[in-house]
Design a protein around this ligand. Structure first.
Ligand code: PLP
Length: 399
């Protein structure tokens, strides 16, 4: 009897044949499947050589590319009209890769000072360990920006809408300055998303995202992305592979599903956030509201030039009276609005920058950046705006 043992049959039955049968089917899945395969098999050596040479399409190893990550990269690139995209295991992995690919020991980076705390920590404490110096300068002051750039400056870095003060920077102007000095201009567009602003069209060379936030949008995945031209993507793909930073196939599938509704979600987040900002602005227990869509915002005119009409995203911050005591009471008195140190899900949440995302700032740096102990950051969700406002009104009574 020639038949193999059951254990062997279980290991091999249907292996390559099944995948080839599916690939040659005349029908295709309506939704892309999740390719949970760490590696791909070849019938012979010439097939592998052809894939490495770029003469045949195929996958080798999922730390380099995987059909699920490829698919979501295509959707992301299409959203912003980029040549290409790379998806990462986290926003930090995407940001660090975008920097590592563009600096070496002895180089210099110029960054705006109001940043996501993790990126600030990386710039302030980690990059110097590798001989890369970072200068923080107010990007609203073009002369200060020009003065900060040195012959060895390679990267100019900022966020489209800053975290947590919701400042909007003039990206086309900053891009001009960066390019005049031969620097790459990298923009974190996490708070805006391509449904609000598209920095590549305003002169950015590389756009980075924490896809954990709006692009994922449902608080169920950690991920990051980079969008850029073909040359930059090829260069960054080398570091992406070397540092093992790729997003997993399941997260890629979740992200692809979420991106289908990004535009609709951002429209609703923006409409709700404007209504909540207008309510908070008039409330006696609120000292100041930071939302670029408010008529009173110093950034309103800039949003009209740079953002999709009527949209400023779902993020806003507010200074609550009585400092830490006021902020803590508001958090405690909310019911459906949870205290969550992240953002951009379907439900409205509150975060406390001084205690969470910006904990890495020293008290002096925090003060200089305009972050106070009474400041809360709101991620306005997709509920009815009236319900969000009613809950905040009730909680503010107790402050
Ligand atoms: N950029 C911004 C603006 C963020 O808010 C965050 C996280 O909160 C990051 C980057 C880092 O992303 P991740 O947590 O996915 O690594």
């Amino acid at each position: 009897m020639n038949e193999k043992h059951m254990r062997t049959r279980l290991v091999h039955a249907g292996e390559n044949e099944l995948a080839k049968k599916i690939a040659s089917s005349v029908s295709v899945p309506k939704v892309l499947p999740i390719y949970m395969s760490s590696v791909f098999s070849f019938d012979d050596v010439p097939s592998l050589d052809a894939v490495y040479a770029g003469d045949a399409s195929g996958y080798v190893y999922s730390r380099m590319t995987n059909p699920s990550t490829d698919a979501v990269e295509e959707i992301l690139a299409a959203a912003e009209g980029a040549d290409g995209a790379l998806v990462f295991a986290s926003g930090m992995a995407a940001i660090v890769t975008s920097i590592i690919a563009n600096v070496k020991s002895g180089d210099h980076v110029v960054s705006s000072p109001v940043l996501y705390g993790g990126v600030y920590d990386y710039f302030k404490h980690e990059l110097p360990r590798f001989g890369v110096e970072v200068t923080f300068v107010d990007f609203e002051d073009m002369d200060a920006l020009k003065a900060a750039i040195r012959p060895n400056t390679k990267v100019v870095y900022t966020e489209t809408i800053s975290n947590p003060l919701m400042e909007v920077l003039n990206l086309p102007e900053i891009a001009k300055v960066a390019h005049a000095h031969g620097c790459k201009f990298i923009v974190d567009n996490t708070f805006a998303t391509p449904a609000v602003a598209q920095p590549l069209k305003m002169g950015a060379d590389i756009v980075v995202y924490s896809t954990t936030k709006y692009l994922g949008g449902h608080s169920d995945l950690i991920g990051g992305a980079i969008l850029s031209n073909a040359e930059n993507i090829n260069e960054m793909h080398r570091y992406f592979t070397l540092y093992g930073a790729i997003m997993g196939p399941f997260e890629a599938w979740l992200l692809a599903r979420s991106l289908r509704t990004l535009d609709l979600r951002m429209k609703q987040h923006s409409e709700n956030a404007l209504k909540v900002a207008q309510f908070l602005e008039k409330h006696p227990k609120v000292e100041r509201v930071y939302y670029p869509g408010l008529d009173s915002s110093p950034y309103k005119a800039l949003t009209k030039e740079m953002f999709v009409e009527g949209r400023c995203g779902g993020m806003l911050s507010a200074d609550i009276v009585n400092g830490e005591a006021g902020a803590s009471t508001l958090i405690k008195e909310c019911s459906t609005i949870k205290f969550v140190p992240s953002l951009a899900g379907v439900s409205t949440t509150i975060s406390y920058p001084a205690k969470t995302s910006h904990r890495a700032y020293s008290p002096e740096d925090m003060k200089a950046a305009g972050i106070s102990m009474g400041q809360l950051r709101f991620s306005i969700g997709l509920e009815e705006a009236d319900d969000i406002i009613a809950e905040l009104e009730k909680a503010l009574e107790k402050v």
